[in-house]
Each structure stands twice: as C-alpha cells, then as structure tokens.
Design a protein around this ligand. Sequence first.
Ligand SMILES: Nc1nc(=O)c2c([nH]1)NC[C@@H]1CN(c3ccc(C(=O)N[C@@H](CCC(=O)O)C(=O)O)cc3)C=[N+]21
Length: 283
Amino acid sequence: MGKILDGKSLANLRAQKLKKEVEILKQDGINPLFCVINIGDDPASKVYVKTKKRRAQEMGIEQKIYQLPSTESEESVLNLIDKLNQDPSVHGIMVQMPTPEQINVNHLLERIDPEKDVDGLTPTNIGHLWQSDHFVEPATAIGIMKLLEHYKINVAGKNVAIIGRSNIVGKPLAALMLEKDASVSVLHSKTKSLSTYTRMADIIIVAAGQENLLTSEMVKKGAVVIDVGINRVEGHLVGDVDFKQVLSKARWITPVPGGVGPLTVELLMEQVVKLTRRAHGIK
Ligand SMILES: Nc1nc(=O)c2c([nH]1)NC[C@@H]1CN(c3ccc(C(=O)N[C@@H](CCC(=O)O)C(=O)O)cc3)C=[N+]21
C-alpha cells in the first residue's frame, strides 16, 4: 500500500513561513503586488483565479485581477502588460491560461518583464531554466520538486517518465529533473507505447488532462506517482491517475485534490515575494 504525498500540508507549512516574510517586508514599507490577467470566461480559470486571490489575501500579498472580455484584442492586452511592466508598484504579472484563440499567448509572454514573470514562462526565464541559472521557475514544476525534496525522495540517477509536454508543466519539469541528474523521458499523445516507458520508471508524473490515463498495469511496484491532472467529473475533481488501483502498487502517490494543486498556488505566492525582494535589492 502506497503512502500519500500530502501537497496541501506542505503548502500550508511553506505558507506560514511566507506570511512572516511578507510581514517583515511590509514593516519596511514594501507591499508585494501581484497582477493576474484573465481573458475570457473559462469557468476553470475563474476558480483558479479566485483560489489565488484568497491565498494572496491570507499571505498579505495584494492581488489585482484584470478580468478582460473573451473578445479582447492581443494589442490591447500587450498595452496592459506594458503598463504593468512600467509600474514600479507591480512586482509580479501572470497571464492565466488558456487564452482565447485570437490571442497568441507567446506574444504576451514575450512582452512580460522577466523580472516580473511570476510564472517563469517568459522566453528569457525559460532560457535561464535550461541553462540551470534560474531565479523563477514555473510554479507547478518547482512545486513538484519541492514536494519530492520534502519527502526525501531523491531523483538523481532515477528513471523519470513525464506524461505531457506542455510549456507550463511537462517541459519545465524535464529541465528541473535533468538539473537534478534524473534520466528523463517526456511522453505525449503520439508516444507509441506509454507503458514501455512508465513500467521502467521510478518516478511517474502525469500531466495530460485525461482521467484514468495511468492505470496500475503501467506502474512498476514501488514507484512514485505524481498526478498533475485536474478533471471535473460529475461535479467532483479527479486527476489523471486511477488513484485506487495505483495506490496499492505505488510507494508514494499524490491525491487530487490536495496534492500538486495547492503547491502550485503556494509556489506562485513565493515567487511574487522572491521577485519583490529582488526588485528592492534585498538578499
Ligand atoms: N499562467 C498560468 N499559470 C498557472 O499556474 C496555471 C494556469 N496558467 N492555468 C491553469 C493551471 C491550473 N492551475 C491550478 C491552480 C490551482 C489548483 C488547485 O488549487 N487545486 C486544488 C483544488 C481546487 C478546486 O477545488 O478546484 C487541489 O488540487 O487540491 C489547480 C490547478 C494553475 N494553472
């Protein structure tokens, strides 16, 4: 029987420390300010934005939400980003994904000042990530690394299988795993035999957005399984892993909810504070 990697508890533990850091900054007259741009009315995005807002409030971080209509032009979002880049009271900017189809998200990311890039997704910061010289990292990917570290799960020399090649999870996680000396396979919808890779893997990360994608036959006994999936099924949340079955085969597994999700939000808050300190030349 596997054990639970409790992302929610780790997020709360880290939040206690972060809250104190924010208090100290505020005593020095520095108020961390985080701006979220949400374009359109994707219901999942609205939930995430609200979750972040609540978390920011708990931390004493100010968050401004720019809710734009689904018809907003790319040009006008670029103008908003320029304005936030130039505003010295703004420490962090993020664009909630996905964006509507008239908008090329890469154009938006290119425009964000890398020093205000809370998500670590600007081309500059992705370059830094692959050069192993980074100061902000995509939140989900770094959250997973912190979770493994907290439970003393070493990745060096391990076979790591990542299912999903997104710019926000799969690719940056591959960079972070390589940096820690893992042997990484990045798998995706065109991979011929997923289980060939996953059965060899000591650590499996599933970030594909497909319910029950990872079943117990695909998992080596004693493996570590990290579920990044968020699927709403009949009003409740499930991940990409057949949790019940895989729990009995794995040594460690993350639940959904209460696994990677809360850590993603916590790491975003930490990056806001990190960028705030950096902007003010602290440490
Ligand atoms: N630019 C950008 N950066 C992101 O980091 C980003 C994004 N776009 N677009 C969407 C994804 C998804 N994401 C989540 C955040 C919180 C939970 C979370 O808090 N999940 C809770 C449950 C929340 C609920 O009940 O709905 C949990 O798993 O326990 C999940 C997923 C951030 N994302």
